[in-house]
Design a protein around this ligand. Structure first.
Ligand code: AMP
Ligand code: GLY
Length: 422
């Protein structure tokens, strides 16, 4: 089989490595891919959001199955376009990807179907939003751009001035472009966060092993929000009892709600949860695998990934027994100095021999490129070093031991991934 995998991050590297385990897979085209994927994939220089050329490439090159990993092409309808051209694809339709593409949509969905989430209001004008926060006069409050904003569309305001400024920068200055035409203002929730990725074909929903992301740039959750600086799986806060509640109160009702709306979701549905004192609540939905959650979840998956992808696409997920290892995984992200703000690229990465140096360790590439046999930095998040171990401590120790062997100019990583106060 020839597979086309759309995307270029550590998440896509992890998906590609897992797909390659299936002996039926002859060739993986990665579009656009990255330096690490070049070792075993054919890189295709087409932008992930270029739906027309991506579909044309798939047709011209006899692709048997397409996997669309990132949010933006899914929201643009790339999975539908592949299917329309006769290429079976893993990934939700445009109609279903709106669950991530519009926060106004997802909040209204949760309200309509009684799925627990933060109380909220939506606004289409700056004046109405400002009048609301002034009337509420309750802080902190959370201001969210409606559309996609590279994970940066959430502003937490501690007082009225910050709230008014947040509303103005999103709706007036349009710092996230058209994503800020509408906004959601919601109640500030507290509690540990849990990421649960799931496979669903609209009939069956199978949660994957839980994980915990570390979104802030610096140790002790200081600094700016990033795409994610490291992950662990499983998430120690996600007890069996909470998992059962989530399945009953959140996961299955969401699948049913999307069906009832005529927007059946087929793909990876990501639940960003907060475990509040009143129980688990949805912070956000994503229509795709998380990054860097995928880099700790897929290494623990025992079932063949391509088999699952095909079953999801064919709505036969109930036929597949999806199993995870009872080990733990940890991923530490090596970022360019300055990320998530300005940073430089083009530095040579040293310490990377082939794929990984130690048993159980995999180095996933994100922002890298391969030039004249050398790996160079090419993005904000550069590498994700994942280790699988008997427990969290073992996985973290292995991951950090590998991290210390790798370096490039300006490298930055958090030293406290997986540190949990229990
Ligand atoms: P999101 O892009 O929706 O995942 O939001 C980014 C981050 O903002 C989340 O991971 C939370 O840490 C925080 N956040 C979002 N919504 C809320 C909320 N209602 N209360 C508290 N924190 C929130
Ligand atoms: N790591 C968070 C996300 O993928 O949205």
């Amino acid at each position: 089989m020839k597979i086309l995998l759309v995307g270029s991050g550590g998440r896509e590297h992890a998906i590609a490595l897992k797909l390659k385990e299936n002996p039926e897979v002859e060739q993986i085209f990665a579009a656009p891919g990255n330096g690490g994927m070049a070792a075993f994939c054919t890189l295709v220089p087409i932008k992930a959001t270029d739906v027309e050329n991506m579909v044309k490439f798939a047709v011209d090159n006899g692709v048997d199955f397409a996997v669309v990993a990132p949010d933006d092409p899914l929201v643009l309808g790339m999975a539908d376009a592949m299917e329309a051209a006769g290429i079976p694809a893993f990934g939700p339709s445009k109609d279903a990807a709106i669950i991530e593409g519009s926060k106004v949509f997802s909040k209204n969905l949760m309200k309509k179907y009684g799925i627990p989430t933060a109380r909220y209001e939506t606004f289409g004008t700056e004046e109405a939003a400002v009048a609301y926060v002034k009337a509420q006069n309750s802080y902190p409050t959370v201001v969210k751009a409606d559309g996609l904003a590279l994970g940066k569309g959430v502003l937490i305001a501690q007082n009225e001035t910050e709230a008014v400024n947040a509303i103005h920068s999103i709706m007036g200055d349009k710092i996230f472009g058209a994503s800020g035409n509408h906004i959601v203002i919601e109640e500030f929730l507290e509690g540990p966060e849990v990421s649960v990725l799931s496979f669903t074909d609209g009939k069956t929903l199978v949660p994957m092993i839980s994980s915990k992301d570390h979104k802030r740039a610096l140790d002790n959750d200081q600094g700016l929000n990033t795409g994610g600086m490291g992950t662990i799986a499983p998430n120690p806060y996600y007890t069996k009892e909470i998992a059962d509640r989530c399945m009953k109160e959140i996961f299955l009702p969401t699948m049913a709600a999307m069906n009832a709306e005529g927007r059946t979701f087929k793909g990876c549905l990501y639940f960003g949860l907060m475990i509040t004192k009143d129980g688990p609540k949805v912070i956000e939905y994503n229509c795709r695998f998380g990054d860097p959650e995928t880099q700790v979840v897929l290494p623990l998956l025992k079932t063949d990934l391509l088999t699952i992808f095909r079953a999801v696409r064919d709505q036969k997920l109930s036929d597949v027994k999806v199993e995870f290892s009872d080990q733990s995984a940890a991923c530490v992200i090596l970022a360019s100095g300055g990320y998530p703000q300005k940073y430089q690229t083009g530095f040579e990465i040293s310490g990377l021999d082939a794929m990984g140096q130690a048993e159980g360790v995999t180095v996933y590439h994100a922002g890298t490129k391969l030039e004249n046999g050398k790996f160079l930095t090419a993005g904000g998040r550069v590498l994700g070093v994942t280790a699988v171990g008997t427990d969290r401590e073992d996985a973290l120790a292995k991951s950090y031991a590998a991290v210390k062997k790798i370096t490039f100019q300006g490298v930055h990583y958090r030293k406290d991934i997986g540190k949990i106060k229990e």
